[in-house]
Structure formats: structure tokens, C-alpha cells
Design a protein around this ligand. Structure first.
Ligand code: PRX
Length: 667
């Protein structure tokens, strides 16, 4: 729920734009005329989608191929006694059919994926026909390894074409994939395998990123030593680098050997619209990461529709979303949305600034990318090098830019607009979440005048609202908890294996509404400005981290008694991770120990969770009932020690002075 100190987590230019009226970038008349949707059409379609959702989605549900047409459109209850979300429920379809087979006649020889390796010069491309064949073979391979409809397949892969092949092959036979980001540790992978009861793991010998390799297969081996993993039958290994890897004959199988043996013909299985499509784990404010479950028909309709409309995607264009398939953005806008629309995509194995800071711009030129979709954290990292980031490149193919994952501060927005896009490409700042499946609040390029830092207006069928902490709806301009009042087809249906947790997390804070966990402001034009999370979730480089998760990793260390984690403003990452640690009695704090603790968290969760700052905290600010007052810890971490607010309710207010005295200066 909204707390009084929520603004600490957000870039000031964006949350407090009242001081100076934000600049407005109107749609150019040329783009308004060419684009699928101009402002008038947006308003008319939006209105229709809200007034008559059944009719609107009956029409737009037709954008994918159905084996059996649906007659039911929307059957939804947000009542917390009975949360039930179903779309197109009597229709049948198949995701890989929609992403592959249906394009073969007209686009068989069109490139589906341009793959760019970590090192410049390493490249591959694959047409729709070839991708269809690879996917069909691998679908048969999965069957040969015992995978059946409804089984869960864990995918722990680097950004190679085979990651997309694995995903699509699962969908072809009705298996449910659960991708675990390849940057996660063996421990984190094990937790996700246990929770999902996965039957198979698909991995690679090694991953390659930014000139470094990650021992993925060794990580899988380590994860599988976990005593609670009992379901894994096979590990399929794609050979990426050819490194020597440990091998277990009874369990491990080479990808290429399976592919050679498998037939290239595999009928796409007829799936119910509400059959599970994938699980993706995401962090919340409490407990372990949740396995968010998306289903087949509604997700695909919504993913492909948003891809087409919000990027104003035109046939033949090259689309590049540089997210990793380990995150929802990679699912929806690297693989399912664009491929369902028959787009040509770029898939990049590496990171935006390796081996040089103009790598992104070089890739844009190399493949004549028309639409580039990247996270603010990458934009800020490139912005630090200003003109060098575009040196020697023209980027003349670019028509449109996009951003996702965290608030974009206006300074980064302007740099992206001017330096990368040379002032000619609109920027779509898209707000959404793992749970929403695809974009929810976003400009449409031909329709929406842009304000840097605002995600602007809702997509069709999306009913955002702001509520106060009592759940009262705030009308007109104002600020509050961002909720969504009714369902949309791409919405997550449940938490895998724990529907009660789904209900508790998203539907109990405010009755009858979906709680996003974000705060937002709405201005006089009805534009939304996301102000950041209002719960104990932090957003580090566009990755969502539960502070509770990092805390529990910390306290698992034998020298740690207690830990409290908060976010603090970070120039590049958006938020950095600041840890207050209370050591066991008798243990002395030292820099070596702090380094050791950072390493520990890296090992427990993965590099993305590595604390930026560790502060020795012999005492933490607690209420008399023992609750840690994070508000105070956030203020101290942010260096706002003179605006701590009321500390009189603390059990021991003197703790605060000590914390301030020991504060670690953040650079
Ligand atoms: O806080 C919001 C932030 O990212 C959260 C969702 O994280 P995740 O599920 O990992 O999905 C990220 C990619 C869709 C949101 O609750 N967020 C996402 N997009 C934006 C954003 N914050 C501000 N502006 C955005 N455009």
C-alpha cells in the first residue's frame, strides 16, 4: 500500500514534475496519418473496449488462428472469495502454430531471427521455415524424452536461438515452460525446479555474456544435488561453447544428438485457450518468488495485439527487444508477440556495452533495425558515454524507440530521443508487469503526444484507477495506489500451485480490483506517471527483487543475526541494494566480511542480487512490536537523514543516531 515515503524510490524529475511543466512531444502529422491508430481512433477504440469488452475482444480475439472458434469471450470474477479469470475459454488453438505454421505460406523464407553473438562477427539467421523445422524436431525430441502435455519443462538457457526453439517446442506439445534466468544461481534454480515439479531441464554447456562465460551445465548439476528435487528425469544440453563439462550418462542428453534423431514433422497439439502456457517466477514483497502462470489463448491475443499496436509494427520491419528470455519482456516481446505477428526479430546474446559502448548502435545499423526496445538502465549506462555510444553509426533505419521495466528519468528520455533517435523517433514508455503479460499503460506512436517520464494512457481494454489506502477511487488528477478495475486477456491466471497466494497478493488489498503494487500519479490530461513500488519490492536495473528474498539469503550466512534491505537511488541501476546487517554476537565487522557477504548473496541468488552497500548495524530501528521501520532505513540509505519523520514510536530511538553515524556514503 501507498506509504508516505514512496517517492524516495523514484527519480525526482519524474515524480515531481509539477515544479516545471513537462515538455510535450506531439505526434507528427505524418506519423498520425501513416500509423494504425491516430488519436481519434485510439479514443474511439478505447471507449469501445471499455463499454463493450465482450464485443471488442470477440473481434480482436480473431487475430490469432483458432482450431475451434471460441464462443465465450470473458468470464471473470475479481471477487476475493472466488477469483476466476477466463478468456475465450471454449476456443482451442496452439501457440507454436500461430508463431510458425501460419506464416509458412507467405513468409517461409523471411528471416524470423537474426542472432547476434556476444562477440561481433558471431552471427546466425533462421527463416520461418527453418525455425518451424527446428521447433518441430525439438518438440519430437521432448516427446522422446518422456515429456507430455501438462508437464513442466525448466529452461535455463543463454540468449541463443535454441532458447526460443525450446519455448516454442514446449508450446507445440502442450508442455508448460518455466524459464529461469541464466544469471540465477544453482540455489535459485533449485528452488524454482522444486516449486514447479519440472520434469526436464534444458540448458547449455556455457552461456556467454559480456566476454565472460557462465558454467550453466555445472550450475544445473549443482542445483540437482538438492535433496528436495525428485522430479527431474533428463537434462538436455545445447552445445554453445564446446567447453568440457561434467556428464551423467543416465540423465544428460545432447541437444544436437536429439535433433539429428528427431523427425521434422510434428503436428501442433490442439490446446484449450485456458491451458497453461508458461510459469515465470517473480519476486514479491514477502516469501519466496511466485510462479506466475499464464495461459494460452488470451496471452497470445494480448501479446501479439500489443506488439502490433504499441510499436505500430509494419510487415517487413526489423524489431529488436534486447531483453533476456528469462524475463517476461523476453517472453512477450522477443518471442511470442513478434513471432505471432510474423515479424523479423533481432536476438542479442550479449550486453549493450560489450565489447564497445556503441554496440547497440552498431547492431541497429547491421540489421537495419526499425524498432528498438530497451530498458532505462541500459539507456543510462550508455548515456554515461554520451556521443561515444553512437560513434560511427547512422541509426537511420530507426523509426521508433521503446522502454520498459522501470521509470525513465526525463534526462535519460531526452538523451535516448536526441542522441540515439536523432529527435525523429517517438519513444513508447511501456508500463507493465510479469503478471500483466504485456503492456498496459503505454503511448501509441501515432496517437499519443509524449511527456518524457510518463507511460501516458491505458491500452485498449485496460481500466487503470488510483485508490487511496482505504480503496476509495481518486477521480481526476491525483496520486495513489495503481489498481486495475477489470480483467484483460493477457492477465496471469494464478500462482502455480497456490491460488490462495494469488488471491492474497493481488485481490485482497482493494476489494474487486487487481492491485499492481505500484504507485502512480495522474495529471490533468489523464496521463499516468508511475512513481515506483509501494511495497517492499525494489527495482534494480529493471529487475524486480524482493527485499525479503535478499534478507533471507543474508540471514542464512552463519555470521549474520539479522538483515534489513532497502533500495536507494542509483544513477545507472535506478535503485541500488543497501543492506543493514546485524552480526552474531562476538563477530566483528570488517571489510573482508562485507565482501564475503556480498559474495554469499551472489551465490545464493545470483549476481543481480549482489548488495551495493553493506552497513554494519548493531541495532535496527524497530517498533515496540518488533517491526522494522524501513521508512527510516530508506531515508538513511538515501542520505536524507534530516527528514526521518517521527521516530518516537521506536522501541529504542537511539539506534537511529548510531545508524546515521555509521552510514556508508553512496557514490
Ligand atoms: O514497478 C513497475 C516497474 O516494473 C515492475 C514490474 O516488474 P516485472 O514484473 O519484472 O516486469 C518488468 C517488465 C514488464 C512494475 O510493477 N515498471 C515496469 N515498467 C515500467 C515500470 N515502472 C515505470 N515505468 C515503466 N514503464
Amino acid at each position: 500500500m501507498l506509504t508516505s515515503d514512496k517517492n524516495e524510490q523514484t527519480a525526482p524529475e519524474k515524480t515531481n514534475p509539477e515544479n516545471s511543466k513537462p515538455m510535450l512531444f506531439p505526434v507528427s502529422p505524418k506519423l498520425a496519418a501513416e500509423a494504425m491508430v491516430d488519436d481519434e481512433k485510439y479514443r474511439q477504440m478505447y471507449q469501445q473496449s471499455i463499454v463493450n469488452p465482450q464485443g471488442f475482444w470477440r473481434e480482436h480475439g480473431q487475430r490469432i488462428d483458432w482450431f475451434t472458434p471460441f464462443t465465450k469471450v470473458k468470464n471473470v470474477s475479481f471477487d476475493d472469495h472466488h477469483v476466476d479469470i477466463k478468456w475465450f475459454k471454449d476456443g482451442t488453438t496452439n501457440v507454436s502454430h500461430n508463431c510458425l505454421d501460419r506464416h509458412l505460406e507467405t513468409k517461409g523464407d523471411q528471416v524470423a531471427i537474426y542472432w547476434e553473438g556476444d562477440e561481433p562477427g558471431e552471427q546466425r539467421e533462421i527463416t520461418y521455415r527453418e525455425l518451424h523445422e527446428e521447433v518441430s524436431r525439438f518438440a519430437n525430441a521432448l516427446k522422446s524424452q518422456g515429456v507430455r502435455q501438462g508437464d513442466v519443462v525448466a529452461i535455463y538457457m543463454p540468449m541463443v536461438i535454441e532458447a526460443a526453439v525450446a519455448m516454442l517446442a514446449c508450446t507445440r506439445i502442450g508442455a508448460i515452460h518455466s524459464i529461469v534466468f541464466a544469471g540465477f544461481s544453482p540455489e535459485a534454480l533449485a528452488g524454482r525446479i522444486i516449486d514447479s515439479n519440472a520434469k526436464i531441464v534444458i540448458t547449455a554447456d556455457e552461456g556467454v555474456r559480456g566476454g565472460r562465460t557462465t558454467a550453466l551445465k555445472a550450475n544445473v548439476d549443482e542445483a540437482l544435488t538438492h535433496p528436495d528435487i525428485r522430479t527431474i528425469e533428463k537434462v538436455i544440453v545445447y552445445r554453445r561453447t564446446g567447453a568440457d563439462i561434467p556428464w551423467h550418462n543416465h540423465r544428460d542428453v545432447w541437444w544436437h544428438e536429439l535433433q539429428q534423431l528427431s523427425s521434422p514433422h510434428c503436428q501442433a497439439r490442439e490446446m484449450g485457450a485456458e491451458d497453461p502456457l508458461f510459469i515465470l517466477y517473480t519476486s514479491g514483497s514477502t516469501g519466496k518468488p511466485k510462479g506466475v502462470l499464464h495461459t494460452t489463448g488470451g496471452y497470445l491475443v494480448y501479446a501479439s495485439m500489443t506488439h502490433e499496436y504499441l510499436f505500430d509494427y509494419r510487415d517487413g520491419e526489423v524489431f529488436w527487444c534486447n531483453a533476456d528470455v528469462g524475463w517476461i519482456t523476453g517472453h512477450t516481446y522477443v518471442v511470442y508477440g513478434p513471432l505471432c505477428n510474423g515479424a523479423t526479430i533481432v536476438m542479442h546474446e550479449g550486453v549493450p556495452n560489450y565489447p564497445s559502448v556503441n554496440r547497440v548502435s552498431q547492431i541497429v545499423d547491421k540489421y537495419n533495425v526499425n524498432i528498438l526496445y530497451i530498458a532505462p538502465t541500459a539507456i543510462r549506462a550508455l548515456m554515461a558515454h554520451d556521443k561515444q555510444a553512437v560513434e560511427g553509426t547512422s541509426r537511420k533505419s530507426l523509426r521508433l524507440l521503446g522502454t520498459v521495466g522501470e521509470p525513465i528519468n526525463p534526462q535519460a528520455w531526452h538523451w535516448y530521443h536526441q542522441t540515439v533517435g536523432e529527435g525523429r523517433c517517438p519513444i513508447v514508455d511501456t508500463w507493465w508487469q510479469t503478471e500483466t503479460g504485456a503492456a498496459m499503460i503505454t503511448p501509441l506512436p501515432g496517437a499519443t503526444a509524449l511527456k518524457p517520464g510518463s507511460a501516458t494512457r491505458p491500452f485498449f481494454g485496460v481500466m487503470p484507477a488510483l485508490v487511496d489506502n482505504m480503496g476509495n477511487i481518486i477521480d481526476g488528477p491525483g496520486e495513489g495506489n495503481l489498481v486495475i478495475l477489470d480483467s484483460w486477456p493477457g492477465q496471469a491466471r494464478t500462482v502455480y500451485g497456490d491460488h490462495e497466494r494469488f488471491v492474497q497478493t493481488y485481490f485482497t488489498s482493494f476489494k474487486g480490483m487487481y492491485t499492481t503494487g505500484d504507485g502512480a500519479r495522474r495529471d490533468e490530461d489523464g496521463y499516468y506517471w508511475i512513481t515506483g513500488r509501494v511495497d517492499d519490492v525494489i527495482n534494480v536495473s529493471g529487475h524486480r527483487m524482493g527485499t525479503a528474498e535478499i534478507e533471507s539469503a543474508m540471514v542464512a550466512h552463519h555470521q549474520v543475526a539479522e538483515a534489513a534491505v532497502v533500495g536507494y537511488p542509483h544513477d545507472i541501476k535506478g535503485q541500488g541494494i543497501y543492506v543493514y546487517v546485524t552480526l552474531n554476537s562476538g563477530v566483528d565487522y570488517s571489510f573482508d566480511l562485507a565482501a564475503d557477504l556480498k559474495k554469499w548473496v551472489r551465490q545464493e541468488i545470483g549476481p543481480i542480487a549482489t548488495p551495493d552497500i553493506i552497513q554494519n548495524a548493531p541495532g535496527l530501528p524497530k517498533t515496540r512490536s518488533g517491526k522494522i521501520m524501513r521508512r527510516i532505513l530508506r531515508k538513511i540509505a538515501a542520505g536524507e537523514c534530516d527528514s526521518l519523520g517521527d521516530t518516537s514510536t521506536l522501541a529504542d530511538p537511539s539506534v537511529v543516531d548510531q545508524l546515521i553515524a555509521d552510514r556508508v556514503e553512496v557514490s
